[in-house]
Each structure stands twice: as structure tokens, then as C-alpha cells.
Design a protein. Structure first.
Ligand SMILES: [Zn+2]
Length: 155
């Protein structure tokens, strides 16, 4: 999936269960579960040569910028209501968001730089076991939009 739903999922879990021993394993489990849903993301088509690495990197930077904006908007800007801006809350939200994309960050050097150290390979293979993508953007985006809307409603 895109970084947006993955990170928002991690931040959401961290906001409800603000202890790393709880939200880190749950967030990682959710990453694999979400990747199991057929989806479209910036890496779709990369391995079969249907997307250039340069355009995937550019799209990923846009994805990450939107992710940071949405995390801020969802968890630090609750219009009209007081927002928890304590250091602990802030740390857990951003750590949850980071953990939400951790498996993709670990895989990024392989996807973008064709560099995969031996100790990373088993993690990427585990990640790949769950990964289902679709080249159909509409079919691949809808579940991600639904997930983001559900997080917005539940947060
Ligand atoms: Zn992934």
C-alpha cells in the first residue's frame, strides 16, 4: 500500500495504545495484513519494468510528503477540540507512523537502488509473502481510501 494508509494506521494504533510494546507489533502485523489486500502503490510495476525507478522515487516523495501532512492533520489538528501536544503523545504518534512503513523502508534500497544486503533479504521475502498488488489504479486505491476514512472516523 501507499505510505499514507500504512502510516496513518500506525499513528492511529499508537494513539489508542500509546506503549511501544503494544503498538509496534500491532502496527507491523497491520502492515502485512494491509499489504495482503490487492492494492496499487508507487512500486507497482517496478519489478516488471512497467515503471521507471526515477518516477517511483518521485511518486514516493509525494506520498511521504502527503503522509506527513495527513498525520499532522489527523492527530495534531482537531479543530475546536483540545489536542494532546505532550512530548510523549507526539513521540508515539510519529513512532507509530514510522513503524507503519518500516517494512517498506527496509525494502526501499532493493526497490530503488537494487541493493539488498544478505541480512535484509529474509525480511523482504517475508514481506513479499503478504504483498498483493494490482495494476488497476482504481481497484488498488479504493481499499486504501476506505481505510483512511475509517481511521478518520475512529480517531
Ligand atoms: Zn509493504
Amino acid at each position: 500500500m501507499l505510505s499514507i494508509p500504512h502510516s496513518l494506521t500506525g499513528a492511529f494504533i499508537a494513539s489508542k495504545l500509546p506503549h511501544p510494546a503494544l503498538y509496534i507489533p500491532l502496527t507491523l502485523a497491520m502492515h502485512y495484513l494491509c499489504d495482503w489486500i490487492p492494492h496499487w502503490d508507487v512500486g507497482t510495476g517496478l519489478s516488471v519494468g512497467k515503471r521507471k525507478r526515477s518516477s517511483a522515487i518521485l511518486l514516493e516523495l509525494v506520498d511521504l510528503a502527503l503522509t506527513a501532512g495527513l498525520i499532522y492533520w489527523f492527530f495534531f489538528k482537531d479543530f475546536g477540540k483540545p489536542v494532546d501536544m505532550s512530548d510523549a503523545y507526539t513521540f508515539h504518534i510519529w513512532m507509530g507512523a514510522l513503524m507503519g512503513i518500516a517494512p517498506d523502508l527496509v525494502e526501499a534500497p532493493r526497490n530503488f537502488l537494487r541493493w539488498e544486503p544478505w541480512f535484509i533479504k529474509p525480511l523482504n521475502e517475508f514481506h513479499g509473502m503478504f504483498h498483493h498488488s494490482t495494476p488497476n489504479i482504481l481497484v488498488g486505491i479504493v481499499p486504501q481510501i476506505i481505510l483512511v476514512v475509517v481511521i478518520w472516523l475512529l480517531k
